[in-house]
Design a protein. Structure first.
Lengths: 294, 439, 318
């Protein structure tokens, strides 16, 4: 029984890591209609940026900020230089997915000669162990949970209370109408890539810190989990992504406790498939989710 | 016919036969070593998840080539190295192997072929009649019928027995009674579980948990929590790529106290050392880690030449010197040199002629002179002697399936990541474990 | 020696053409973004393998554990593989063929393929886990000597490819195909004249699955091996790239795409000289080159090398 409680605690950490990444991913998708398969690689690149800073003696918490900035800049440039021109050219929707895959292939393999194939770790003490009943968490992990909560609140605030947030929601629902109402779609899109890029970068550093040891190959593995969480919640729905992250994070750890840990992800993804069967548009769906893809 | 004219006819006929025999490239038995550069193909993953494997084998070739080239080459022919990326995937490895063979008619040997792709690649290289030295412990090759296949690393089951031996008879601790098995679910790791379980339980121990883990997962918290609940004395593990993550979690959840852990011979690797050192710190690593490895001496004339050349290779491959204690690098180095010696001994560039000779040079026929370097080997051959090559990796003894293994020792790391021998199984212990595990 | 590489390329070309034709049927014609496509090929390969291998108690095979092992003669294993692909299409089709945005379909199916791969890897006694099935018997190998066997296999692959192409072309140019194109263009109108979109899509999806299963059987018979590492999810996306680069929605485009991407790009890049630089550099750059080629083709020809022909009918009323 105590294993389950401990697993619940671990689930809290997992869900925090996934949430930060999934919200960014799903916003990219919801507002710009882009399934960005290079998302995992941007995460790993940011993790490595923080790693080199960490090796030079800079604290990992500052590294997170730098990683977020790197993610923002890189994602913004990626959209401006690659994705937007292709979209303007009228590349089909699926063609954009293929482009993002090609980018992820290139990024992973350009990174390989630079950072090497060794797994690396951040040099950061884990902090003391804190026990709350059967839950065992380190201070770092609790900080990660805290960061995730703060980020979720910030995103919530952005979407609900700022003009930019409202513009984002409008663009997400109906870009043409939004433009006709005078919303500067181009600027909104730029802002989206900057903000979600920052989330991506932050998520990368957080995930790497959470993993204790990471290499380039982890990028692709992150991506699948993020995809699952985003779709579970309803693609394009930031609050859905948060719920999806909670579910995937908890189910993964609890099923590792209940059954053989080899299948922990299978169970979590199995839940996703179940949801797709029962509620194909995801848990929270925006109206128009049933329409044909743009 | 006058003698001179008979000579002209014979040599003309001979030239005609040679010309017709094979279109360019190899010459027939014993008729010389040919000319032009020779190539050693390194076929292994250089990209993808197992990208760390290829460079270790490439380093072996970079060290072997100067040993040969600086001492007259193979009949004057210079040896060079080329990498062929299998991309870590058996279906991609097939065209890699075929392209390697099709584009290079001067392949003298092939090294690499890991568990990721050996099953598809070995038959192709064998069909092309090129001697290969493969780094796969897979059981599939324990009784292979491919004459060109050579394996200088032991089957995984022997690693497992050595680990059990370390748990039961290792120095510095009472015999462990409760063991946790934590192996990755990949191709190379699963072969350890059954032999280790059989051996350990039959000799009085208990496997408290067998926990296959998915390599590359983001975290193993729940797995570690479940493992700790079973209260093992020792963890037997090979989880390449994820060892750092798992072991750090063990240390964290156990309140900063590490549990003894024993690794396979694949953990004797600079990548693994660095990863685990960064994860749990060098003090815990040196204190709690036990490894198993083949009994390398890391000294002697062969090793010295190997190390010198490896350090010199840093100009093309900066990380090369790090592999100075990596078993696979040592063995492949030996394999390449033995191939070159076989060519010189048979005076032939035709693999169908020199391939069988490799085994003789490794095992040594009775009365053979032991040589440790290429230079000495060539000199002995020129003096008409038969030789046995004992190289940087020590003695080799090929059985009828071209598998070779020498005895295991127990090792650990020092603070710099160098391997340090700490003990060895007695022949009686080896026998007991093998009998318990069942071969 | 050189001919083995040529044989290899021809067989891989055949397998990829068959796979791309199947994918084109599922995606280009029926409009289903099947991001789990590679699982269909895998199912066919595994089925063909376990139908043709001897049982795992046989002396040379005892290092593996797997189900089946019926040692059936050729061509039954391949037929079995094709049927398996079709059978898999039934439940997957039911999951997917609801009124669902194609992007949701796509990601859910992608995740499904990851699940399948993980399950097979971890359920070791089923299909020998990560190590996969080795020593798969090559079909009719005892009838030929090793030197000529390769040519036989090329011929066999060519025959299969031709058959599949025939089926694919017939479907696209049949009333079926026209109905599906109509549905793609304007689903409501098509339904209004009494066509049942779901049933039609399902049928095409199953046909695509059958063909995909066959491609798996052919591939595994050639490399005599099959393991989870061969069918990871990026393989599906490479095939999609092939179909898109070649031109979606038409068979010729699928054939061209198959020749360009999995065969062309992936193989041509092997010839970039790999003796330069430290190990791993050139192989990594080879992948970068593949990515650049895909992007380049999509930039200069977003509609595909051979775009789908727009069919215009004469005599439309003014």
């Amino acid at each position: 029984m105590s294993l389950f409680v401990a697993a619940f605690g671990f689930g809290l950490v997992s869900m925090s890591v996934i949430a930060i990444a999934a919200v960014g991913f799903t916003m990219q998708f919801g507002i710009t209609n882009m399934i960005n398969l290079a998302y995992g690689e941007v995460m790993i690149s940011s993790a490595y940026v923080a790693y080199y800073l960490n090796k030079a003696g800079i604290s990992i918490w500052i590294g997170m900020v730098v990683g977020a900035l790197f993610g923002a800049a890189f994602s913004f440039l990626l959209n401006r230089i690659v994705y937007a021109p292709f979209q303007r050219k009228g590349t089909s929707y699926l063609g954009m997915v293929i482009v993002s895959l090609a980018i992820s292939l290139m990024m992973a393999n350009l990174l390989l000669p630079i950072v090497g194939y060794y797994s690396v770790s951040y040099q950061e003490g884990t902090g003391g162990l804190i026990r709350l009943g059967a839950i065992i968490l380190t201070t770092n992990q609790i900080l990660i949970i805290g960061i995730a909560v703060v980020v979720m609140l910030l995103i919530h605030g952005l979407l609900k209370y700022t003009r930019l947030g409202k513009a984002m929601r409008a663009t997400s629902a109906n870009p043409t109408l939004a433009r006709n109402c005078g919303i500067p779609t181009q600027r909104v899109v730029d802002a989206v890539w900057l903000i979600t890029g920052a989330l991506c970068g932050l998520a990368g550093v957080v995930a790497a810190l959470n993993s204790d040891s990471f290499a380039i190959a982890n990028g692709a593995a992150f991506l699948i989990t993020i995809l699952a969480a985003a779709v579970l919640g309803g693609a394009g729905q930031p609050y859905g992504a948060m719920i999806g992250a909670v579910l995937i994070g908890l189910i993964t750890e609890l099923s590792a406790a209940a059954w053989s840990p080899e299948y922990k992800e299978v169970v979590a993804f199995g839940v996703l498939v179940l949801v797709m069967v029962l509620r194909p548009q995801g848990l929270l769906a925006k109206r128009g989710a049933m329409a044909a893809a743009g | 016919m006058r003698g001179f004219e008979r000579y002209k006819v014979v040599s003309a006929v001979g030239a005609l036969v040679l010309f017709v025999a094979c279109g360019g490239g190899s010459s027939s038995s014993g008729s010389g070593l040919g000319s032009g550069a020779l190539l050693v193909g390194v076929i292994a993953p250089f990209t993808g998840v197992d990208a760390a494997l290829g460079p270790a084998y490439y380093a072996a070739c970079l060290a072997a080539a100067p040993s040969i080239n600086n001492n007259g080459g193979v009949g004057g022919r210079q040896v060079s190295c080329q990498q062929f990326d299998t991309r870590g995937e058996p279906a991609d490895a097939v065209p890699a192997a075929n392209q390697m063979i099709a584009s290079n008619s001067n392949l003298m040997a092939v090294v690499g072929c890991t568990s990721d792709e050996a099953a598809t690649v070995a038959p192709i290289i064998n069909r092309a009649h090129i001697p290969m030295f493969c780094m796969t412990g897979q059981t599939e090759f324990n009784k292979t019928t491919l004459p060109y296949f050579h394996r200088l690393v032991p089957a995984d089951i022997f690693d497992a027995y050595a680990m059990v031996g370390s748990a039961l008879y290792g120095p510095g601790h009472a015999p462990y009674k409760r063991a946790a098995l934590v192996f990755g679910n990949d191709i190379g790791s699963q072969a350890f579980v059954a032999p280790a379980t059989n051996a350990f339980t039959k000799l009085g121990g208990t496997i408290v948990i067998n926990q296959p883990i998915t390599l590359g997962a983001a975290s193993y918290r729940t797995e570690v929590a479940a493992m700790l609940l079973t209260k093992p004395d020792v963890i037997l593990t090979e989880a390449l790529g994820s060892a750092g993550t798992y072991l750090k979690e063990v240390k964290t959840q156990n309140g900063g106290q590490m549990i003894p852990f024993i690794g396979t011979s694949a953990t004797i690797d600079p990548t693994w050392f660095q990863q685990v050192r960064d994860a749990i710190g060098v003090a815990d690593l040196t204190k709690y880690y036990g490894g198993v490895d083949l009994g390398y001496s890391f000294s002697g004339p062969a090793y010295t030449e190997f190390q010198t050349n490896l350090n010199a290779a840093a100009s093309t491959f900066a990380d090369a010197p790090k592999y100075k204690q990596r078993g696979s690098t040592l063995h492949l180095y030996d394999g390449i040199i033995m191939t070159a010696l076989a060519m010189v001994a048979t005076n032939s560039a035709d693999p169908t002629v020199y391939n069988p000779k490799i085994k003789d040079i490794a095992n040594g026929t009775s009365g053979a002179t032991v040589v440790n370097t290429y230079k000495d080997g060539v000199a002995a051959i020129k003096a008409g002697k038969s030789i046995r090559f004992v190289g940087a990796g020590g003695e080799n003894t090929f059985d009828q399936y071209n598998n070779s293994q020498s005895g295991y020792i127990w090792v650990t790391y020092d603070n710099q990541g160098n391997e340090v021998k700490v003990g060895q199984m007695t022949p009686q212990q080896t026998q007991d474990i093998s009998a318990a595990g069942g071969i | 020696m050189n001919s083995y590489y040529a044989i290899n390329l021809l067989i891989y070309a055949g397998v990829d053409i068959i796979a791309c034709l199947a994918l084109n049927l599922q995606f280009g014609v029926a409009g289903i973004v099947n991001f789990s496509f590679i699982v269909f090929q895998a199912v066919g390969a595994y089925t063909a393998a376990v139908l043709s291998m001897p049982p795992d108690t046989a002396p040379d095979y005892s290092f593996q554990i797997y189900v089946g092992g019926l040692q059936l003669p050729f061509p039954i294993p391949w037929i079995g593989g094709a049927i398996a692909g079709g059978l898999l299409a039934v439940p997957v089709g039911f999951v997917v063929l609801r009124k669902l945005r194609s992007d949701y379909q796509a990601i859910a199916l992608l995740v499904l393929s990851v699940i399948a791969n993980t399950v097979i890897t971890n359920a070791r006694p089923f299909l020998n886990g990560a190590a996969g099935l080795a020593l798969v018997p090559a079909p009719l190998a005892d009838l030929f000597d090793p030197a000529t066997y390769g040519y036989f296999y090329v011929g066999l692959t060519a025959v299969c490819t031709a058959l599949v192409a025939l089926v694919a072309f017939r479907i696209v140019n049949s009333p079926y195909g026209r109905t599906l194109r109509a549905m793609r263009e304007h689903e409501v109108a098509a339904t209004a004249i009494g066509k049942n979109p779901v049933a039609l899509k399902m049928t095409i999806f199953i046909v695509g699955g059958v063909i995909a299963g066959l491609s798996g059987g052919i591939l595994t018979g050639y490399i005599t091996f099959w393991a989870p590492s061969v069918w990871l999810y990026p393989e599906t996306i490479i095939l999609f790239a092939a179909v898109i680069v070649g031109g979606r929605g038409n068979n010729l485009g699928a054939v061209l795409g198959a020749l360009l991407v999995p065969v062309g790009f992936e193989e041509v890049t092997r010839f970039i000289p790999s003796s330069i630089g430290p190990p791993g550099l050139i192989p990594a750059l080879q992948w970068v080159a593949i990515g650049l080629l895909i992007i380049g083709f999509l930039w200069f020809r977003p509609e595909g090398v051979r775009p789908e022909p727009r069919r215009v009918f004469e005599g439309a009323p003014d």
